[in-house]
Design a binder for this molecule. Sequence first.
Ligand code: 6AU
Length: 255
Amino acid sequence: MKYSERAKQCVNPTAQRLLNLMDEKQTNLAVAADVTKKFELLKIADTLGPEICILKTHIDIVEDFDKELIDELQNLSEQHNFLFFEDRKFADIGNTVKHQYRDGIYHISDWAHIVNAHTVPGPGIIDGLKEVGLPKGRGLLLLAEMSSAGTLAKESYTKETLKMAQENKDFVIGFITMRQLLDDPCFINLTPGVKLAVGSDSLGQQYNTPEEVIYEQKSDIIIVGRGIYQSDDPLAEAKKYREAGWQAYQKRITT
Ligand code: 6AU
């Protein structure tokens, strides 16, 4: 099914918007902007904005963070039409994550269309985040699997995570996962650990190719960080990943 056909079946407005945006803009590329300076983050958002469906941030690694950064990023998101995914990986009890999502320095729920959470605390984490995010039309991704070697997110942990998602379809819009885990068009699968060549880094990260992730494993969105922003020409590299991800999607929906 095409992304935009799937959008019609979703109740969550962020899921609908993301799936429609991907088909309109013809991109299933999310860029992981793991940089520590405002100017670097803004440069990535401005240069790569036209190529991506999602800008994934780790806002707490930005050393010179201030409110203006968010204002400028929001302008770029409107100009280039992409969504924000703050990769906060919430992992605490419902009451604590509610504050981490809404309050503090970052006020994540005010600007991040999408956030993610571990399910290790149990479903209370979803309830807490939902209290803040649902009234704002936000979406949550659950970490069902991870890309790192030796991850404990597998087998019964993954199965329980899927169950929690199915019980919260108004707010949970999908998964961080290495593959499609459920045959449900409303769940969007995002896969990190993607490079144009298979491999690994020195700290346990493992890489698969866009073709493997989108075509073979039936995931929906490739998340690419260092493969793009550490290259000599990030824009040219982003175009390559975009093309590879889109071709794999075209192949999947036509075969
Ligand atoms: O392409 P990389 O290896 O430079 O960056 C991958 C990005 C990083 C990680 O924090 C994130 O993807 N990530 C996640 C996410 C998105 O939740 C989960 C995971 O299992 N592996 C992973 O790398 O920003």
